[in-house]
Design a protein around this ligand. Structure first.
Ligand SMILES: Nc1nc2c(ncn2[C@@H]2O[C@H](COP(=O)(O)OP(=O)(O)OP(=O)(O)O)[C@@H](O)[C@H]2O)c(=O)[nH]1
Ligand SMILES: [Mg+2]
Length: 200
């Protein structure tokens, strides 16, 4: 009886919580994307892209999806800020790695940072979504190039779920698909990386 009551209490007062870390080089479009994720999940317009400044701390967007709380944590991508990323690894359930798909000069740097993440012990078995961003100003071959880059490094990702998708954080094209993929991947990964629990 007590178990039944505490189960019911938990059902009404607690919810599963998942954390998505939004990472990538500076200027990739992480914060612009976060604002679009906020808009897509709540309908409330976020900050307009021209008002967004380079991130120094952390920006958070909270989405309620099917009785779960999904938190998106957007961290600054400048080189000297990347050292703090790992303090968020142990509580994360997915990585959303954003790439400026039109910036060929920084593609190798982006891949190198992505591969460093894939080797982090605390991120083992955490799903990775690699996002070819800024497709509104780049042609579709930019997405194919990011896919080729990630596929070429497939051995580094072991058994974890990895997907490359394209989007525009400015127009919002592709953003719902990103949210769906992340949400489903985190649920499928429940055994390996269980959700946290938070009060309603
Ligand atoms: N055309 C276009 N521009 C974008 C897109 N996403 C971001 N931008 C622009 O790219 C620049 C950098 O965007 P931010 O969102 O600040 O990049 P960030 O990854 O958060 O950068 P840091 O906070 O320094 O790590 C801004 O001028 C944005 O307007 C996109 O999808 N399309
Ligand atoms: Mg930012």
């Amino acid at each position: 009886m007590f178990t039944l009551m505490s189960g019911a209490y938990r059902y009404f007062t607690k919810q599963d919580e998942y954390n998505v870390l939004v990472l990538g080089l500076d200027g990739a479009g992480k914060t612009t994307l976060l604002e679009k994720i906020k808009y897509t999940t709540t309908g409330i317009s976020g900050m307009s892209p021209e008002k967004i400044q380079p991130t120094v701390g952390v920006n958070i967007a909270k989405a309620h999806i099917q009785r779960r709380l999904v938190k998106f944590l957007d961290l600054g991508g400048q080189e000297d800020l990347r050292g703090i990323w790992n303090s968020y690894f142990s509580d994360s359930h997915a990585i959303l790695f954003v790439i400026d798909s039109g910036n060929k000069k920084r593609m190798d740097e982006a891949l190198s940072v992505l591969l460093t993440l894939s080797r982090a012990h605390e991120l083992e078995q955490v799903p990775f979504l690699v996002l070819a961003n800024k497709l509104d100003i780049n042609d579709i071959t930019a997405l194919a190039q990011v896919k080729e880059l990630v596929n070429g490094a497939a051995d580094n990702f072991d058994n974890r779920s990895v997907r490359v998708l394209g989007a525009s954080a400015v127009t919002g094209e592709g953003v719902q698909v990103i949210i769906n993929w992340l949400f489903n991947s985190m649920l499928e990964n429940n055994n390996l990386r269980p959700p946290l629990s938070s009060e309603f």
